[in-house]
Design a protein around this ligand. Structure first.
Ligand SMILES: NC(=O)c1ccc[n+]([C@@H]2O[C@H](COP(=O)([O-])OP(=O)(O)OC[C@H]3O[C@@H](n4cnc5c(N)ncnc54)[C@H](OP(=O)(O)O)[C@@H]3O)[C@@H](O)[C@H]2O)c1
Length: 267
């Protein structure tokens, strides 16, 4: 069933792509899918060792992969990533923006400093990345921001995400309107539970703390997912690929849930 999309020409070959926070998880899967489609890709993260390890893995798929270290909590490093990344690629066609995970906690547990850090990580990095990357897209382009289902439905103990990520909806809508005349389409995806290293760790911790098997712990986490399982990161990446492809030329300002049916609200 899955082999057919691999054979389709998605119009991504030779596109110049930057994927942020891509040493692991959703970002890594996204970079991998772009490379499989023949794009030229700059990956990035704030830990050089992880970054180089992932770069080596991706090199097995294509020689057209490069890396630039950047801490998304630092606006000047985000700007440098876009400047340096597009200079390596000789321009920019696609920004696939992913970010690191915010610190867990509720409003009574998180300090003011945690909020400023969360603001920089989840929102300011996106503002700078959208602004700077759109300046590099001289012949139109695609900007895809990967956010979270928390943008539509809060999750317990994730208040930084619940509160700050809402702003990304405003950013996506505003940027989509402002950049449409330049031929730049701006969209978002909202991943639901996705089996990345981080979630795998979360499952292991929960199992250990509650004296359950990992299978039981995972079952509990995904009990409200109608499809009855978490996503694998490639399933999020595939929707990002669609939004970057020649199949989505009339889609802008959209924020697509990729959540196995988790969100109940109609709008
Ligand atoms: N997995 C899920 O179920 C799920 C669901 C909805 C939303 N999300 C969100 O999607 C994003 C990715 O999640 P994931 O599960 O793929 O996480 P992950 O596997 O832990 O990967 C996170 C990535 O972010 C990078 N990163 C962390 N802090 C950074 C920073 N300050 N600057 C630059 N890069 C940084 C990490 O790289 P280094 O450590 O190498 O820097 C890594 O490449 C997160 O924002 C998460 O909250 C995840």
């Amino acid at each position: 069933m899955i082999t057919s999309w691999r054979k389709m020409d998605l119009g991504i070959k030779n596109k110049r792509v930057i994927v942020t926070a891509s040493s692991k998880g959703i970002g890594f899967a996204t970079a991998k899918r772009f490379l499989e489609e023949g794009a030229k890709v700059v990956i990035s993260s704030h830990d050089e060792r992880n970054l180089v390890r992932s770069y080596e893995k991706l090199k097995e798929i294509s020689d057209e992969v490069y890396y630039v270290k950047a801490d998304l909590t630092k606006p000047d490093e985000v700007k440098n990533l876009i400047d340096k990344g597009s200079s390596i690629l000789g321009g920019l066609d696609v920004l696939a923006y992913v970010t690191g995970s915010p610190k867990p906690g509720n409003i009574f547990e998180l300090s003011d400093e945690d909020w400023y850090q969360g603001f920089n990580l989840l929102l300011m990095s996106a503002v700078v990345a959208v602004r700077e990357s759109s300046r590099k897209m001289t012949k139109g382009g695609r900007i895809i921001l990967s956010t979270s289902i928390t943008l539509r439905q809060p999750l317990d103990n994730l208040d930084l995400s619940n509160v700050i990520r809402l702003s990304l909806a405003g950013l996506i809508k505003s940027a989509a309107r402002q950049l449409a005349p330049k031929g730049i389409l701006v969209n978002g995806v909202m991943p639901g539970w996705t089996l990345t290293e981080r979630v795998d760790q979360l499952v292991k911790d929960k199992a250990r703390r509650e004296g359950k098997t990992e299978e039981e712990a995972l079952k509990e986490i995904i009990k409200d997912v109608p499809l009855g399982r978490p996503a694998n990161p490639e399933e999020i990446a595939n929707v990002i690929i669609f939004l970057a492809s020649s199949l989505s030329t009339y889609v802008t300002g959209a924020i697509i849930p990729v959540d196995g049916g988790y969100l109940k609200a109609i709008f």
